[in-house]
Design a protein around this ligand. Sequence first.
Ligand SMILES: [Zn+2]
Length: 196
Amino acid sequence: MLPSAPPGVVPYVTARSEERLLPCPLIRRRVGDGIAYTDETAYDRDSFGAPWVRPQLLPKRRRGEPRLKDIHPYRQRRAMAHMLCQVCARAPEDPDGPQLFLLRDTNGPIREEERTASPPVCVPCAGIAVQECHALRGGRWVAAWARHAPAWGVYGTIHDPVSLQPLPGRYMELVEYGSPWRPGRWRRAWWSSSTV
Ligand SMILES: [Zn+2]
């Protein structure tokens, strides 16, 4: 049995009550296909060109209560991009070494190229993650050391190419960078995904 998580510990990627998504009017991209923001900045897209939803970035004291079921898109993206621990946000001691990932147990072996939107954990935080992270809580989970975990794609919402509105029922779909429905054409990203 695991020791209880220290009281008050909230994983770094957890969203909080006062952190809302900012409205961002969409337009067609001026060059090529896809959507863009009317007031787009360099921070709105990841290094693969995918536009991301815009969450508020507030100082810690103004973020409000944790919403343990929800992930903050910017912190998730940052943790995944830099392989930071999803609980304490510490960078790996050896960035080129294997990283520890926790996945929900689906009664099958973890295979090469398994995809996950859950950033890695450091060893001291692994016990906290399985108790505090919504995707793992109350279920069975498995752990894997990944020697290489490249960015694969994003979970995102598909937008209608004509109306630019989100398409009903196409809210959170996984798409690979570089595919015809790649992020940045008609899709806005919520979470990034790596292969383990
Ligand atoms: Zn940690």
